[in-house]
Ligand binder design. Structure first.
Ligand code: CP
Ligand code: NVA
Length: 319
């Protein structure tokens, strides 16, 4: 389908954009963020509206998309499974056909990736993945931007990806939606992920859709953290897997990012967590509240990168 004279682009997984488009987006995000920080009005999306469909809970995703869209002059509709016909078994294809005739952009947080793909197939407007069981691309977009801000110094579109090349990202914990998305980013942007998960919770490269070259698996989390430039983790039990909670609490007990793991990483390694976090489970309070943690920048950057993404999907490249 077309959007004006351009083909519609969806953002359903990290590999939906090319490396050079990420370079543009990160450079663009820097401009958009600086305007926000300087209280400069920037409203390229006046009269545009975003429908946000949540089939799972959210704090950051909702606030960042909602605040970001209003800042750009647009408006937002918030829908959930419980307050729409989606919860009463209206087919996803029919919902997509209807909703996408009335808004300019759709963001969906849901369960199976096939559900958002089904929506996108019947949508007249771009669809953004706000988290599925398989992927969380907007979060990795924010995480990479945060890394670049902390490590890339005076970057522009031509060199913004350089500081990511060849780095090691340590993933400690579940082989979940975040882990899969890190793998896609590593393959596309040229870095490595060192992964340690408990047995039975490994990443599946077929789900991530990557080759084995972009990651290495370690039995012990400390080994995965050795020499890493960035250490990151996530909850032991993701949304939708609550029935496995007790079993997971036992399996993951040694997968808690602590001072020893941070000490094994590079001396200036950063710590990230997409949040919400459980101190004392996947990370100690000392690490997440410590000097190497950049989790609050990471959360804030969700809004700035997503403003760049919405602008890109609706208006294309600016300048
Ligand atoms: N990180 C993240 O997506 O947070 P929410 O679940 O609060 O949206
Ligand atoms: N892996 C977590 C991320 C939450 C933002 C989940 O899917 O619940």
């Amino acid at each position: 389908m077309k959007l004006g004279d351009r083909l519609i682009r969806h953002y359903l997984q990290f590999k939906d954009l090319r490396a050079e488009e990420y370079a543009y987006l990160f450079a663009r995000t820097r401009i958009i963020k600086s305007r926000f920080k300087n209280y400069e009005r920037y409203q390229p999306l006046v009269d545009r509206s975003l429908a946000m469909i949540f089939e799972k809970a959210s704090t950051r995703t909702r606030v960042s998309f909602e605040a970001g869209m209003y800042q750009m002059g647009g408006s937002v509709l918030h829908m959930t499974t419980g307050d729409s016909q989606l919860g009463r078994a209206e087919p996803v294809a029919d919902s997509a056909r209807v909703i996408s005739r009335m808004v300019d952009l759709v963001m969906i947080r849901t369960f199976e990736q096939t559900r958002i793909e089904g929506f996108a197939r019947h949508s007249r407007v771009p669809v953004i993945n706000g988290l599925t069981n398989e992927y969380h691309p907007c979060q990795i977009l924010a995480d990479l931007y945060t890394y670049i801000e902390h490590r890339g110094q005076r970057f522009d579109e031509a060199n913004v990806l350089d500081c990511l090349k060849g780095i090691t990202v340590a993933w400690v914990g579940d082989g979940n939606n975040m882990a899969n998305t890190w793998l896609q980013a590593a393959e596309l942007l040229g870095f490595k992920v060192h992964i340690s998960t408990p047995s039975g919770y490994e990443v599946n490269p077929a789900v991530a859709g990557v080759s084995a070259d972009c990651f290495r698996v370690f039995n012990h989390p400390l080994e995965a953290c050795a020499g890493a430039h960035l250490v990151t983790t996530d909850v032991w039990t993701s949304m939708g897997y609550e029935a496995e909670n007790e079993e997971r609490r036992k399996a993951f007990v040694d997968w808690c990012v602590d001072d020893e793991m941070m000490a094994a990483a590079q001396p200036d390694a950063l710590f990230m967590h997409c949040l919400p976090a459980h101190r004392g489970e996947e990370v100690t309070a000392e690490v997440i509240d410590g000097p190497q943690s950049v989790v609050w920048d990471e959360a804030e950057n969700r809004m700035h990168v997503q403003k760049g993404l919405m602008e890109f999907l609706l208006l294309g490249r600016i300048g």
